[in-house]
Design a protein around this ligand. Sequence first.
Ligand code: CS2
Ligand code: MN
Length: 355
Amino acid sequence: MKLSFRWYGESDPVSLRYISQIPNMHSVVSAVYDVKPGEVWPMESILKIREASEKHGLVFDVVESVPVPEEIKLGAEKATEYTENYCENIRRLGKAGVKCITYNFMPVFDWTRTDLAFEAPDGSTSLVMDVDELKGLDPLKEDISLPGWDQSYTKEEIRGLIEAYRTLGEEGLWKNLESFLKKIIPVAEEAGVRMAIHPDDPPYPIFGIPRIITDETNLDRMLAIADSPANSLCFCTGSLGSGLQNNVEEMVGKYAKRDRIAFMHIRQVKLSPDGSFAEKGHISSAGSMDMYRIVKALVDAGFDGYVRPDHGRMIFGETGKPGYGLYDRALGAAYLNGLFEAAEKEKRKEEGKGQ
Ligand code: CS2
Ligand code: MN
């Protein structure tokens, strides 16, 4: 595996210098943040990230994300032009040495939580979702805004988008995903890039808006649209693990064996029977997923893709972007290093090759 860490660019309070000090750190996961979704990224901005990473002995070979504009997801008039621009971004990133591009197909909202700084008894804070709090809300009736939402939309625009997606429905969204993949995957193949779709977070519809990258049946359906390693998953344990329907440990093994995981986001959640969940420290004992089993499944399948610790808690008094502080993600990285070392040694032993 290649250990990686998300970096939000020069304005990120977590510097590349700090990231490079984490043991075994290999790749920088970043993006061009000052270009609107749907537009082409200037080559100069892409190369700037590469140079900055190289200065610290790191490789810029993973992008998260090239956002898919709503027009593509909705199949609107501009979809053709924006898809062409998307293909151009894939070509440019491939030329700059990027091997993996993360994206998602979530309508309107990326991840959704009801609280970004829920305090645990130990004083750490993390992102949580309380399904009861969510149930009471209807963004078409009330003036609401949840943490994590794109603040650049006006309330009226959000209303319009929600209505459009409710009309489009699940099958309409599948159709638009299919057209998009049919266009971009051949381009990715040629550019030597693996496209890695991030699951919907949480993995169920919210406010009557369809969400389709949610469970095993739908992951199978998505991967079958283009049966190519360039059409792969960004397997986010936290996102899929927030769905009561998902057995994450088994799913990781299944897709890793088929070589359809390009990128692993590893994080822990504590899931309640009603579907509410809280993000936790990475270790298995803190939440609902067995991290050793997840890593073992990857190692046993010969996984050689990218791994990053996903969201962390805020600890040691750190302040910053919710989920993306340095300390808890660095602890997560150290823990993952340990799990991989153990699983790799175990595998060698099982194969009779000793330590
Ligand atoms: C998130 C997302 O869970 C995560 O990794 O922070 O913002 C994620 O980067 C996007 O959904 C990927 O497109
Ligand atoms: Mn993730």
